[in-house]
Design a protein around this ligand. Structure first.
Ligand SMILES: Cc1cc2nc3c(=O)[nH]c(=O)nc-3n(C[C@H](O)[C@H](O)[C@H](O)COP(=O)(O)OP(=O)(O)OC[C@H]3O[C@@H](n4cnc5c(N)ncnc54)[C@H](O)[C@@H]3O)c2cc1C
Length: 318
């Protein structure tokens, strides 16, 4: 019997090879991003056999029980039959209810689906058709919002971006799958300081985490840092400023790289200068492009933060 079977097809697996590498070599178009067991982009499900425990690190108890695992860090020694996560029945029909601009290149999508459990800050896969699927983070709260809320940056030339601009109007039918990811408010003390740091649409999961923290009665200080290339990119700034003014424990710090912007500066440098003195107590949530997230992770770690205190999502392309 083959050690690895993908759907009904045996796949060659070299000793010590990861499932992701074997799938890629076999020509399976398996999604991946960090390749280190962190981002969960490559999530698959074992339909027969038990995945090695280290390939389930970071997944929820429910996901583990359902056989979900991360192929990028999975080196099976027992026969395993696997399927993409959608084959587990997680793919849901969805209807676009609203699409509205948040800035010159970011839109807010409101999407209706059969309700499913998720935590704000996790991400879903948006499926326009079998060939066009992208991950987007959840800014909505399942107990407060009737729809899923996504903040989507429209990349010129991007395939999903083009589809959204050209075709998607309220009433448009699509599918979503998920949720995935561990970048959500969990394992945090109510009095612990939180630092939520992101750039661009990295705000989407942080906005979700912030709302969830407040709803759960978080009492410790929450500092939300949002960076953008220019002032126009600091979307939701008025709403976040108003929120910070109405809540004693919430601070909103925004910075744009454009030197002419009223809040000029590099958000990572700004956040690091501010946070350096507080590492050790603070829980961090870092979201956005790879450069920003990697740099913040490294510098916070070098400043003494524990990796366990850092949750992150890298918005890699593809
Ligand atoms: C876990 C996760 C969560 C994500 N959450 C969000 C979110 O909440 N909001 C959001 O807008 N995006 C998010 N993304 C990114 C998103 O999945 C897509 O990659 C992105 O929207 C581009 O899709 P596209 O089809 O328009 O462009 P594609 O056709 O995939 O790419 C076309 C070109 O656009 C450029 N490009 C694409 N993506 C990026 C990027 N992220 N940074 C810089 N250049 C890029 C590249 O030059 C690329 O070659 C997330 C990604 C991951 C992995």
């Amino acid at each position: 019997m083959a050690l690895l079977t993908y759907k009904d097809r045996p796949v060659d697996l070299a000793p010590g090879e990861t499932v992701l590498d074997a799938l890629t070599r076999a020509g399976v178009d398996a999604p991946s991003s960090c390749r280190a067991g962190t981002c969960q982009t490559c999530l698959h499900r074992a339909v027969e056999g038990t995945p090695p425990p280290e390939s389930q690190n970071g997944l929820t108890a429910a996901q583990k029980a359902l056989g979900f695992f991360l192929p990028c860090v999975c080196r099976p020694t027992q026969p395993l039959t696997i399927a993409p996560p959608d084959d587990a029945g997680a793919r849901l029909e969805a209807t676009l209810r609203a699409i509205e601009p948040l800035s010159h290149d970011v839109v807010r999508l409101r999407i209706e689906t059969t309700p499913f459990p998720y935590r704000p800050g996790q991400f879903i896969e948006l499926i326009a058709d079998d060939d066009l699927r992208r991950h987007y983070s959840l800014a909505s709260h399942p107990d407060e919002d009737p729809y899923l809320e996504l903040h989507v940056r429209l990349h010129p030339g991007g395939r999903m971006s083009r589809r959204l601009m050209a075709e998607m109007k309220p009433g448009h039918r699509l599918h979503v799958a998920g949720p995935r990811g561990t970048c959500f408010y969990e394992g945090v003390e109510l009095d612990q300081p939180l630092a939520l740091i992101g750039a661009g649409t990295g705000l989407a999961p942080l906005y979700g985490v912030l709302r969830d923290a407040l709803r759960r009665g978080h009492r410790g200080p929450i500092r939300l840092y949002h960076g953008a290339r220019d002032r126009k990119g600091l979307y939701l700034a008025d709403e976040l400023q108003a929120l910070a003014q109405s809540r004693e424990n919430v601070e909103y710090i925004a910075a744009a790289l454009d030197p002419d912007a009223p809040f000029g500066g590099d958000i990572a440098a700004l956040a690091l200068a501010e946070e350096r003195a507080r590492v050790g107590q603070t829980a961090y949530f870092l979201c956005g492009g790879e450069g920003l997230v990697k740099r913040l992770k490294r510098d916070l770690f070098m400043a003494g933060a524990s990796m366990k205190a850092i949750r992150s999502d890298v918005f890699s392309a593809g």
